[in-house]
Ligand binder design. Structure first.
Ligand code: FAD
Ligand code: NAP
Length: 334
């Protein structure tokens, strides 16, 4: 059913009120094709769980809500199993499907909100794993041609919270399904963050896909704000990756600066930079930095998208002035 002038407040985790000129949900590829033909002249915005988007204006076009919700085993051999999920499946449901069957590789990505279809958009990642580590291929519809194309892992050009769909192909494809390749004999990754201490607190002596998933769920539930209670879109900024020369200067001035060396440069936790600027827990009007994790900007009530965007501008300026580092937004701004 096509809705007109629908308020999207319930459809984004920031809880921002923005009106969609037209709104339609689709369950199948043929329904999507029909909608694309019918609304040929309108701009289109695909929405999954709305957990990585900030509306700063109304949508003067068609919001397409992906509800393709199939999930199946697409193939297997002695070592691997390929799981294919429709883009409208909630991501954590895909994780649970694999965890219940002891398929390994996805467990560190437990409890990330949103849909399967949006997961490759920013190469979702947590606790040392990114979807690119298990991603096999996706099917996507070319919005202009209405033809279906298959993208391999390489074709998605995954980077740190990046993919080709967030860059050159932004708005050009609608992801329909994602296939991941999981291990039948899991290789565990517990080196990151608080996973090991959480497993110890849980009394786990033998690692399993389920135990790691449970540990991640416990850590996340304790640390992150639940969007059902307080509006947010997770980390608002990416962790900056800086050149060694700048890092050296910073380390001289701030000897305690946390850092992680990687192939692309030196990653500095944005949360630390924000906290050092005295912004952790800061609130201006309806908007603030979350008390447990300042990288998460929260909507305390009836904030508008512009108000949240303005707050993020302020954080960028303050961090730039203190550290000479430019923060970049991770959340998609509409
Ligand atoms: P939406 O917000 O609906 O859309 C995001 C973007 O993708 C938009 O540009 C939209 O147009 C586009 N899009 C959506 N679906 C499709 C599709 N089918 N085809 C083409 N384009 C599409 N992210 C992480 O990486 N790691 C985390 O650990 C993490 N933790 C989070 C914790 C919390 C509490 C919250 C609120 C968010 C967190 N996020 C995290 C961010 C977010 O959950 C992910 O980016 C998620 O993949 C977004 O999915 P979504 O369906 O909600 O996307
Ligand atoms: P954390 O464990 O307190 O760590 C702070 C930051 O340091 C993280 O952002 C992480 O970078 C980095 N880090 C920690 N240990 C690392 C290691 N061993 N190697 C390289 N980098 C390391 O972070 P947190 O806020 O509680 O989040 C935990 C995980 O969930 C992180 O991976 C984070 O990205 C993810 N998460 C993402 C979102 C989102 O919206 N994108 C929201 C909540 C949580 P990375 O972020 O690069 O991993």
């Amino acid at each position: 059913m096509i809705r007109k002038n629908l308020d999207l407040r319930q459809l984004n985790t920031f809880g921002i009120s923005a009106s969609a000129k037209y709104y339609a949900a689709f369950d199948t590829v043929s329904e999507l094709r029909q909608l694309l033909a019918e609304f040929n002249d309108e701009t289109k915005l695909v929405l999954g769980g709305g957990s990585n988007i900030l509306f700063t204006k109304d949508v003067e076009g068609l919001v397409l809500h992906n509800k393709i919700d199939t999930i199946d085993i697409a193939g297997e051999d002695d070592n691997f199993v390929w799981v294919k999920a429709g883009a409208g499946v909630p991501w954590h449901q895909m994780v649970q499907y694999c965890v219940e069957r002891n398929f390994g590789g996805i467990e560190n990505l437990s409890l990330i909100p949103g849909s399967v279809g949006a997961a490759p958009m920013q190469n979702i990642g947590a606790y040392g794993v990114e979807i690119k580590d298990i991603f096999w291929e996706l099917e996507a519809m070319d919005v202009a041609e209405k033809s279906i194309r298959i993208f391999s892992n390489e074709a998605c050009e995954f980077g740190y919270r990046e993919s080709i769909f967030k860059n050159q192909l932004k708005g050009k494809y609608i992801i329909l399904s994602v296939t991941c390749r999981l291990r039948k004999r899991p290789v565990f990754n517990t080196s990151y963050g608080a996973i090991e201490s959480e497993l110890a607190a849980m009394g786990v002596h033998t690692l399993s896909v389920k135990a790691i998933s449970d540990a991640v769920i416990r850590i996340r539930s304790a640390k992150l704000p639940d969007p059902a209670v307080i509006g947010n879109a997770g980390s608002f900024f990416k962790n900056p990756v800086i050149a060694p020369a700048l890092f050296q200067q910073l380390q001289n001035s701030f000897p305690g600066i946390p850092f992680y060396k990687g192939a692309a440069g030196i990653k500095i936790p944005a949360a630390w930079l924000i906290e050092q600027c005295g912004l952790k827990g800061m609130r201006i009007g309806n908007v603030g930095c979350y008390k447990n994790q300042p990288l998460v900007i929260v909507n305390y009530g009836n904030a508008s998208g512009e108000e949240i965007f303005g707050f993020s501008e302020r954080i960028i300026e303050v961090v730039q002035a203190r550290f000479g580092i430019q923060l970049h937004r991770e959340v998609n701004i509409y």
